[in-house]
Design a protein around this ligand. Structure first.
Ligand code: SAH
Length: 325
């Protein structure tokens, strides 16, 4: 009986989401999402500084510019010393969370990352990791060393699409990793790309339901941006307004979660980042990778032109009556 109620409820929820995605005026959704954001999060925008410490990747995701078959890209790894001193500099600037992101790079063994995490932890910042799919034991070690949060987007819940775009893994494995991360006590983030080729409204509705079912602490939603050195180079970019709609719906379904105004949105137009903050988003993740490496972390084009030091972002936010803590 309970299962029957659950599945009916789910079907109704999916219908409702589909209607909102396809038919409902964006302005109304945005207004509701903005109110929910204000009620649960006030006017605070959290700034999370990202250090992209390695662009080596064993994966060949069809959408991603740092895929292993992109032979035109120069590959880099920051040294542990570079990563730690960068983190110290960023913390001095005022950032309270450091996100360490990389391709799936086996060079970074459990021991190497553990060492870096425990050293950064000494400077009293929250640490978010985003280094892809690893073993349970690795995740446990990173947590013990001081990692607080983990970002691992499932990208799409449509299994067929997932398999076509991410040939090195499976949706099942990605979701297993997310379960482990939750079990281990990480604040867990995931999310999707909007506008992937052949992605349907149906699958976006299912993505939203999955994000709700996973009770995610953080949800990243960005538009697809075609990269010239990938098999998807001739596909159109994701629609930014649909992306904003998905962000609004995410806020309505997950009032408490942290939702970034993603860099991919800002790549399409800087004003979209502000619009995202006005329709549910409450986080900005400025790229604080040292400038020599930044342009090489080329997951999609245009990323390096999105600017923002701590002070620049603070004053930008003041203009829309939002502040950082
Ligand atoms: N290796 C890590 C980090 C991946 S890069 C991991 O697997 O989690 C971070 C995010 O960039 C990805 O999760 C994906 O959502 C996004 N991304 C990559 N290529 C993109 C593209 N062409 N357009 C939009 N987003 C993209």
């Amino acid at each position: 009986m309970e299962n029957k109620i659950k599945s009916t409820f789910k079907r109704d929820l999916k219908e409702e989401i589909l209607y909102l995605l396809k038919e409902h005026p964006f302005q109304e959704l945005a207004k509701m999402a903005d109110e929910v954001r204000e009620r649960f999060h006030g006017n605070v925008v959290h700034l999370r500084a990202i250090i992209e410490f390695s662009n080596y990747c064993r994966c060949n995701c069809l959408f991603c510019g740092i895929r292993r078959d992109n032979k035109k890209l120069s590959r880099y790894r920051m040294t542990p010393h570079e990563i730690i001193t960068r983190a110290e500099k960023i913390a001095k600037e005022g950032f309270k969370t450091i996100v360490l992101q990389s391709g799936e790079d086996p060079f970074w063994t459990k021991e190497k990352l553990k060492e870096i995490i425990s050293k950064i932890k000494k400077i009293k910042v929250a640490i978010t990791l985003s280094v892809g799919e690893r073993s349970y034991e690795d995740y446990a070690t990173f947590k013990d060393a001081g990692a607080d949060r983990y970002l691992l987007k499932f990208e799409t819940s449509d299994e067929k699409l997932f398999n076509a775009l991410k040939p090195d893994t499976s949706l099942e494995n990605r979701l297993r990793c997310l379960r482990w991360l939750k079990e281990l006590g990480y604040e867990t983030g995931s999310g999707i790309i909007v506008g992937l080729p052949a992605q349907s409204f149906e699958s976006l509705a299912e993505d939203l339901i999955l994000m709700k079912d996973l009770r995610l602490d953080m949800v990243g939603i960005g538009p697809f941006i075609p990269h010239p050195e990938t098999p998807l180079k001739n596909q159109p970019a994701g629609n930014p307004y649909l992306t904003l709609k998905v962000i609004s719906l995410t806020r309505l379904l997950l009032p408490l979660s942290n939702i970034p105004a993603t860099t991919a949105l800002a790549v399409i137009s800087p004003s979209l980042r502000i619009r995202a903050l006005r329709c549910g988003a409450n986080v900005i993740m400025p790229d604080m990778t040292p400038s020599g490496y930044k342009r090489l972390y080329d997951i999609y084009p245009g990323k390096t032109s999105v600017k923002g030091s701590y002070n620049e972002l603070k004053s930008l936010l003041m203009k829309i009556n939002r502040f950082t803590l």
